[in-house]
Structures are given as C-alpha cells and as structure tokens.
Design a binder for this molecule. Structure first.
Ligand code: NI
Length: 170
C-alpha cells in the first residue's frame, strides 16, 4: 500500500480519456488499495485513475457518512442523468480553489466491482450523485472547471492556520 503523488493541472494526463480495465487481477486490486490510501491521505471524498497517473477507468469514493466503506467503480458509465442543481466543489488536482458548478440532480451509473461483477447505483440530490459525476468526468478528461456556472464562479480557499503555527512561521 502506498500514497501516490496526485497529478495537478496543467498535467496533461488530467485531460486524457482513461482506458477500460480488462484484467481483474492482483495489479488492479493493488492500484485500488493505493488509490484508497491516496484519497484518505489527501484527504478527499473520491479519486480517479488519471489523478494518480494511471489511465485506467477506475475511481473510488468514500463518503464522510460512510467512513470505512469505500465504493469502488471499475469501468463506470453514466447511464442517465437528469435535473439540474448548483453545487460548490473542489478537486485534488486543482488545489486551493473551490467553484460553483452546474450538476445533475439524479445520476445512474453502471460499473463493475473489483471482481468484475456489474452493478448499478442510483443517486439523487446527494454527495454520492455529485461525486459520481465528478469522478466519472475525470476518467473522460473533464474537470469541474468545465462545469462552472460562470467563468468567474471560482475563489481561492484560504486555510485558517492555528495561532501557534502563524507565530512559528513569522
Ligand atoms: Ni477531482
């Protein structure tokens, strides 16, 4: 298990389309384990193959309310999406910013598990629906910057430092 370096813009791999996984073997399980470690260390709600430098259609999601339960999606495909909602989001590959995006209300995704068995997940109006769109976008070379409500609907995130740390650094 390892924490992998996270690719950030303008790394071109973030703009490439990931390839379908064909082998459900040990190397896939190993990749997923590393992706989980990397996501947790960041910390983030989800991470996709491109973000760790692997152009394979794999993403993982761990919702804050499901800590310890990681959802693994191999070869995910969005079967349908409907409705619209405005959301706020950030991305590990574009750190230090958050932006307002337009996303779907309802999302249905078909994917395979680590065992190659297909499953379908439906999400509506929640963080899972949001994360499913964000992560499947990554696998198609799309970033939330492409889903912005408007060009200027983005702002830097200022991290509040503890008083001690401020004193030490100054
Ligand atoms: Ni992202």
């Amino acid at each position: 298990m390892a924490i992998l370096p996270i690719r950030t813009l303008p790394d071109p791999i973030l703009r490439q389309k990931a390839k379908r996984v064909k082998g459900f073997d040990k190397s896939l399980r190993h990749l997923v384990e590393d992706m989980i470690d990397t996501m947790r260390a960041a910390p983030g709600v989800g991470i996709a193959g491109n973000q760790v430098g692997v152009l394979l259609r794999v993403c993982v999601i761990e919702l804050p309310e499901e800590k310890g339960h990681v959802r693994v999606f191999v070869n995910p495909e969005v079967l349908s999406r409907s409705g619209q909602r405005e959301l706020e989001e950030g991305c590990l590959s574009y750190p230090g910013y958050r932006g307002k995006t337009l996303r779907s209300e309802r999302v249905t995704v078909r994917a395979m598990g680590l065992d190659g068995k297909p499953f379908t997940v439906k999400a509506e109006g929640d963080l899972l629906a949001h994360a499913l769109e964000h992560e499947t976008d990554h696998l198609n070379g799309i970033l939330y910057l492409d889903r912005m409500l408007s060009k200027d609907a983005i702002w830097p995130v200022i991290e509040a430092k503890p008083v001690e740390a401020q004193a030490a650094s100054e």
